[in-house]
Design a protein around this ligand. Structure first.
Ligand code: ZN
Ligand code: ZN
Length: 598
């Protein structure tokens, strides 16, 4: 006895042709796949089983795809298991279903099984397998995949080769990626993006930008959101605001500016280049905002010391945006508290993330809390936070505590901490400087000398302090006491002139910073010609009065320069924005946004 047929009211118009014509069913299934109509698809699947059509390989293939697109990879597997004749197409659809549903392990597993039973891969399955290798950073499987592509001559296919480039780049093997890339007779957007992304990941920014310019000028391929976002990140990291703006224009023209990758990269580009207004504008223009975009905006606010704005955005994100804060969100908020010295607020958010959101703090959250407490002079509380850490304290946690000790002159605690850090073994050069200072301050000269010796043995040279200013598409870089710039005479004259006016206004140079705070090359130079002052003087003689001067520096701004720049902003009536290795300072009318707390 047959069961009564399942009623298919929505399918009435197709009823007649369905019975005999499986091609009509295929087309109908494709339409349902396209519209992701799960309920109607399930009905159709039941109908296919009833009519005994499920043995047709093409239908199995379409059903597997349908379940892949409706995010039911297990159902894909069931269809696969019940189909009697397994063709390469059926295998291919199943493997894609796993790959598309974030199951790269299973995708590669079934790929191996397919090869084992003697089926050859095709130009669809190879890119899918390469994508799974990239997701798993599995370079060994990736290499055998490449060998297989060479054996089957599919390496000449643009999709296969691009997927290999992308896979190698994502596994951090840029050399292999480049080899495949250079040998490709034709390249597409995937191969270009893969290469650019690979160089960005490795910090080889110049090569990434060179390729990007090449793809725009020479090759007839469109750029995608992935490429644009990679290149914007390069511009942000190298503070190339002008180029970044041009790319922003391109994003606007291609409507990629609302893509989530591009939007977040745009916000961070403007923020990193010291143009936080641009970041706000890019954020405001977004119709829909996801977690990444909110986090990018929060980081920008925190870095620019827009502390209240950070808290406001945090509330808005939850209420208006309906977005749940994550690990990174809380890091931004804690960072804002730390830079503004808001101890109680910081403690509040630290508890909130654990209790209300069930997010376990990571070592960075702990480091930020220790920094906050240490700077505020609550050194014992900072020690307690470290003791409560469920993981080994990282160097940044110890560094934060040592900085707190230095600010508040607690030499005893500092040398105790230094001992503990030394016990742990390997110490980075940055921390070593702090250790040596901590011992020296406590009068423990032998240990101080030992730390210095370790620094020398590590063969680490201290980083040279550099500041730079962007003018059009040119970047002007200055070292302390630098006399290599074409406008050197004007720059030094400007500083002389400012020096006199500053003295009249009450500025007295504090030379103690030369010994205590400034490392490396700068120590040997008079603070008067620290790199950021040269860069600012260059800005003053180059840019019109109304234009803010943006200076980037690779090291921390010393206390004396900070005071001097406040005076300069007052005397000249200019807005001076200095980004050091840690944060932004916006000087205006004799004041800095950091409130001298940095
Ligand atoms: Zn300085
Ligand atoms: Zn400041």
């Amino acid at each position: 006895m047959h069961d009564p047929p399942i009623p298919l009211p929505q399918l009435q118009p197709l009823q007649l042709s369905l019975s005999g014509n499986y091609r009509a069913i295929c087309n109908h299934l494709l339409a349902l796949t396209h519209s992701r109509s799960l309920r109607r698809g399930l009905q159709l699947h039941a109908h296919i089983i009833k009519t005994g059509l499920e043995t047709i390989p093409l239908l199995s293939h379409h059903l597997i795809n349908f379940y892949s697109k409706t995010q039911l990879p297990n159902s894909s597997l069931q269809v696969f298991n019940s189909s009697p004749h397994r063709s390469a197409t059926t295998w291919s659809s199943l493997i894609s279903s796993f790959a598309q549903n974030d199951l790269p392990h299973l995708a590669l597993d079934f790929f191996r099984q397919m090869l084992r039973i003697g089926l050859l891969p095709d130009d669809h399955i190879l890119p899918t397998a390469a994508k799974s290798c990239a997701a798993l950073s599995s370079i060994h499987v990736g290499l055998s995949l490449h060998a297989l592509a060479l054996k089957t001559a599919y390496h000449l296919d643009v999709f296969v080769a691009s997927s290999l480039v992308d896979m190698y780049a994502k596994c951090g093997e840029i050399g292999y990626a480049r080899n495949v890339f250079d040998e490709m007779p034709h390249r597409n957007v995937v191969s270009w993006s893969g290469m650019i992304y690979g160089y960005v990941q490795l910090g080889e920014d110049e090569e990434a930008l060179r390729l990007f310019k090449q793809v725009l000028v020479e090759e007839d391929v469109g750029v995608n959101d992935f490429t644009l976002s990679s290149v914007l990140r390069v511009c942000g990291a190298s503070t190339l605001l002008e180029l970044g703006k041009q790319i922003h224009g391109l994003c606007f023209k291609t409507s990629f500016d609302s893509s989530c990758f591009v939007a977040s990269s745009l916000i961070s580009l403007y923020s990193k280049c010291g143009a936080v207004e641009g970041a706000y504008q890019a954020f405001e223009e977004l119709q829909v905002r996801n977690l990444g975009m909110w986090n990018a905006m929060l980081i920008a606010c925190a870095q620019h010391a827009h502390t209240n704005r950070t808290f406001e955005l945090f509330e808005q994100m939850k209420s208006v945006g309906g977005v749940k804060p994550n690990f990174i969100t809380f890091l931004c908020v804690l960072y804002a508290c730390s830079h503004a010295g808001l101890v109680e607020k910081g403690q509040h958010y630290f508890e909130l993330m654990k209790k209300d959101y069930g997010i376990e703090p990571g070592s960075q959250h702990y480091a930020t809390m220790v920094d906050l407490l240490g700077r505020a002079g609550k050194l014992q509380d900072a020690v307690q936070v470290i003791e409560e850490m469920p993981m080994e304290p990282t160097e940044s946690v110890w560094g934060a505590l040592l900085t707190g000790c230095r600010i508040h002159g607690d030499t005893e605690l500092a040398s105790y901490v230094a001992d503990r850090v030394f016990e742990q073994g390997h110490v980075s050069s940055g921390l070593n400087v702090l250790l040596s200072n901590a011992y020296a301050a406590a009068g423990r000269w032998e240990e101080a000398a030992r730390a210095r010796k370790m620094l020398r043995d590590q063969g680490i040279k201290k980083e040279t302090g550099l500041s730079w200013v962007e003018e059009g598409n040119r970047v002007h870089t200055f070292a302390a006491g630098d006399r290599s710039h074409a406008k050197t005479v004007e720059i030094y004259n400007k500083l002389e002139e400012l020096g006199d006016e500053m003295a009249k206004a009450g500025y007295v140079a504090d030379t103690s910073f030369v010994l205590k705070e400034v490392g490396g090359e700068e120590k040997n130079q008079t603070i008067r010609y620290h790199s950021e002052r040269l860069a600012i003087a260059f800005g003053l003689i180059t840019f019109p009065q109304e234009r803010p001067i943006r200076v980037m520096k690779n090291l921390r701004v010393c206390g004396d320069c900070h005071t001097a720049i406040k005076f300069i902003s007052k005397i000249t009536g200019r807005v001076l924005i200095v980004r050091d290795n840690n944060r932004f300072h916006r000087f205006e009318d004799g004041k800095c946004t950091c409130g001298d707390y940095w």
